[in-house]
Write a protein that binds this ligand. Structure first.
Ligand code: G3P
Ligand code: CA
Length: 369
């Protein structure tokens, strides 16, 4: 299977033209924590649109993050989940009304419209909507298309050339087992797409997944021939299991992955750990930042970098001691920066934030304790 996948990667790569090279651009700092624009600058623009990625880059993100799902015709598009009712205007398109359905994704029954039931051309007729309108407003709804990984790479390459600095791309493969089971596996296509663009043949790229088996497969496929591409193991709630483990009836939980032994195993196929914030610094009984766990220390001991998710500036998401007033939608920028700096003090090597300008401020004004 691996040999045929490699052949697919090689063939697909040969058919694409090249884009801007990253080799002459100012590289990412190697000794400074990295700021990752989570779904772009999703606190300020509808997530996973070029406008969101543009804002992230303008605001100083080192990396931009596309989450990837597949269309019916196998295109890789940037959405946080394959159900698109929550983040597009698909419900307002009568021509797609009959495609509303209920599916079981990673063990959860979900009702809505699903990317794998649409061609790329059909998805291009939709427009993005804000996921959290009650917190972030709707000023940009209806303006922006769903975009492909190809388009995002071209955009990042053009922005990098215009700004004279490298912009990393950190795609996450969403619901890997689900798409594999539906004949729409994304892993080889992601590699082929990266290989097809001159920019991503040299620029920093990190591929993320909440699953384990596909990262191990990617590790094998990459071998030692793509030094610019790293792999990141995401972890979720301690008692949950990765989708591939769940599908195989396995017992491995994220708590086991986050143990010292589990992290040493992760380091055999990935270079970076992406835990949730609360796996690094949990909240105490007062909903304030508590004491750091052993995860950063154990991950570093295993040779892994640590890049947790996700810092968000609204009161609703902040620890109680970092909020301003009680209104959930109030942005408390100083509180968010203070929260990020607590994590920098705890030793993280980078982080995902919905508001990269605040992430940039947190890193640029921080000194290692
Ligand atoms: O990939 C880091 C973070 O984005 C993981 O959570 O659900 O926002 O994709 P999610
Ligand atoms: Ca993600």
């Amino acid at each position: 299977m691996i040999r045929s996948t490699l052949l697919l990667v090689a063939c697909m790569g040969a058919t694409f033209s090249t884009t801007t090279s990253a080799q002459d651009l100012r590289p990412l700092p190697s000794d400074t924590p990295l700021v990752i624009g989570h779904r772009g600058a999703s606190a300020l623009r509808p997530e996973h649109t070029l406008a969101s990625y543009a804002k992230a880059i303008e605001d100083g993100a080192d990396f931009i993050e596309p989450d990837l799902v597949s269309t019916k015709d196998g295109a890789l598009v940037s959405r946080h989940e394959n159900e698109i009712g929550g983040t597009t205007d698909v419900a307002a398109h009568p021509e797609f009304a009959a495609r509303k359905t209920t599916k079981t994704i990673d063990g959860h029954a979900i009702e809505g419209w699903f990317t794998e039931d649409f061609t790329l051309a059909e998805l291009k007729t939709l427009r993005a909507r804000e996921r959290l309108p009650e917190l972030r407003g709707t000023a940009f709804d209806g303006q922006f298309q769903i975009v492909t990984l190809d388009e995002i790479i071209d955009f990042a390459a053009a922005e990098a050339a215009a700004r004279g600095r490298v912009i990393g791309i950190i795609p996450e493969i969403k619901h890997p087992t689900y798409f594999q089971q539906h004949g729409l596996a994304m892993e080889a296509k992601v590699l082929a797409t990266l290989q097809a663009h001159a920019y991503t043949r040299t620029a920093p790229v990190v591929i993320q997944s909440f699953e384990v088996a596909n990262l191990k497969q990617l590790h094998t496929l990459l071998g030692t021939t793509h030094p610019n591409i790293k792999l990141l193991q995401l972890t979720s709630a301690p008692d949950e299991k990765p989708g591939d483990v769940l599908a195989a009836g396995g017992s491995q939980t994220y708590a086991q992955i986050l143990s010292a032994k589990g992290l040493r195993e992760v380091a055999t196929y990935a270079q970076i750990l992406g835990p949730s914030l609360r796996s690094i610094i949990p909240l105490d009984a007062q909903q304030q930042l508590g004491k750091p766990t052993a995860v950063v220390r154990d991950a570093h001991a295993a040779g892994l970098q640590v890049q947790p998710y996700t810092f968000r500036p609204e009161n609703y998401f902040l620890p109680k001691d970092k909020r301003e007033g009680d209104a959930p939608a109030t942005r408390h920028e100083a509180g968010s920066i203070a929260e990020m700096r607590a994590f920098l003090d705890a030793g993280v090597d980078g982080f995902f934030t919905d508001d990269p300008a605040l992430g940039r401020a947190a890193v640029d004004g921080w000194r290692k304790p």
